[in-house]
Ligand binder design. Structure first.
Ligand SMILES: [Zn+2]
Length: 334
């Protein structure tokens, strides 16, 4: 005990001595507190995302916001400029238009949108396109694969529009749960990570009432896949896809679609068909947006272009060979 008391006093003396000799300078911060000048793009983000929706649009790589399980690369600024405008036009503004006000998005939009240049590759060969975390943050991957000089609407729809609506639907059902009857319809057919082995058998999963192989992961993915595929594709596309599964699949689809339709209408006042009309119309406008320029207080500010603008990350070969072999999200909602 005596030894401990002596040690305590020795330590105390050392500490107090140390404090005496090294007083705290309260005017000096260890953090850099100098105000940084915003670039024109940062100014645009501040006006359009932060001021309007309280969103922190993180286009610079932040390791603390990233998933350390993956090897990831930062998003290029030019691509971030383009995607920031696409996300605003096809996602945020679409809900504002649907509901006639900004209150809904101001309340429910994730407060952090984080862009990553590359996809996140999983060991099983699938890739992650987006993640939604507890309603607070959405991460969008593959930003460097966006070719803004050659807009491919099909690719944009598949890799970006669909992902945005998919992730946002997660946030909505995490906020207010959907009808529990949903879980019963395909309960026996959810197969977790084994969905990846079903990607080529479209007829098989359509017969079981799934719009994508990834929907077979679990009931939450199934739910948001229905919503996101519905609002980002035309009725003729939808009908053609379901024709592949025949009457058996269509009967299940009708049951599921009714639940999705009722949920969005009753809980969020979102009419599925009206939403689709708005999303498709806004998607079609993307090539006219002038993705490399943006308007700041009446001035059109061009983004300095690099000579080698195209992505030097080769387009994912697996995605090209197996377009369905893609994991739409890695959502903390299961
Ligand atoms: Zn998901």
């Amino acid at each position: 005990m005596t030894k401990r008391i002596v040690s305590f006093f020795v330590c105390s003396i050392l500490i107090f001595n140390s404090c005496d000799q090294d007083p705290i300078d309260r005017n000096k911060s260890i953090f850099d507190t100098t105000e940084k000048t915003k670039t024109p793009f940062e100014e645009w983000l501040y006006e359009n995302y932060t001021k309007e929706y309280n969103i922190d649009f993180k286009y610079k790589f932040e390791d603390i916001e990233s998933d350390i399980r993956y090897n990831l690369v930062p998003a290029r600024e030019e691509n971030a400029v383009a995607l920031a405008q696409i996300v605003k036009h096809v996602w945020i503004d679409a809900y504002d238009e649907m509901l006639g006000n900004k209150h809904f998005m101001r309340k429910y939009v994730p407060k952090i949108i984080h862009l990553i240049g590359s996809p996140a590759y999983n060991d099983d060969g699938s890739i992650v396109l987006g993640t939604a975390e507890g309603g607070l943050k959405v991460t969008l991957y593959m930003v460097n694969n966006l070719d803004v000089n050659s807009i491919d609407m099909e690719n944009l729809n598949y890799y970006y529009f669909h992902t945005m609506h998919h992730e946002f639907a997660h946030i909505l059902h995490q906020t207010k749960e959907y009808d529990t009857e949903w879980k019963q319809i395909s309960n026996a057919d959810y197969i977790g990570n084994n969905w990846i082995y079903e990607v080529r058998d479209t007829v098989k999963y359509r017969k079981k009432g799934f719009i994508s192989a990834y929907s077979m992961m679990n009931h939450n993915e199934d739910f948001v896949e229905y919503y996101s595929y519905y609002v980002t594709n035309s009725q003729s596309w939808w009908d053609n896809e379901w024709a592949k599964g025949g009457a058996e699949g269509i009967a299940i689809m009708n049951k599921k679609l009714t639940i999705v339709r009722n949920y969005f209408k009753q809980v969020w006042n979102i009419d599925l068909d009206k939403m689709r009309e708005i999303v498709l119309s806004r998607s079609a406008e993307v090539p006219t947006l002038g993705l490399l320029t943006f308007t700041n207080s009446g001035d059109s500010s061009p983004i300095p272009q690099k000579s080698a603008f195209h992505s030097d990350v080769p387009f994912d070969k697996r995605a090209t060979l197996y377009p369905d072999r893609i994991k739409s999200c890695s959502c903390n909602s299961h």
